[in-house]
Design a protein around this ligand. Structure first.
Ligand SMILES: [Zn+2]
Length: 97
């Protein structure tokens, strides 16, 4: 049932704690790149062969422990309604010289 002895990465079955820690570190790297949750899950699945369910579980754990951080974070990466476009348009007309 289990794989052979060669592990390129920590193994979820043999070393669950180091595996989870590795996933956490990968998620943190995604956060530095301003990815949202789905992008992060996809990136880890593609590049580190981590199953989406595991990434999601670890993500939720991080979220529970760092609620404030994630609130600020998700606000920071969510595209805002185009207030800059609005200001850009109005300044075209409202220029005082
Ligand atoms: Zn193993």
């Amino acid at each position: 049932m289990h794989h052979n002895n060669q592990h390129p990465f920590p193994c979820l079955n043999c070393h669950p704690h180091s595996y989870i820690r590795m996933v956490q570190q990968l998620i943190e790297r995604c956060l530095l790149l301003h990815m949202d949750r789905d992008q992060c899950i996809k990136a880890l699945a593609e590049h580190a062969k981590i199953r989406p369910l595991i990434t999601l579980t670890v993500w939720r754990g991080l979220l529970k422990e760092n609620r404030d951080f994630f609130e600020t974070y998700s606000r920071a990466i969510t595209p805002r309604p185009s207030i800059s476009g609005y200001l850009g348009n109005s300044s075209r007309f409202g220029g005082r010289r």
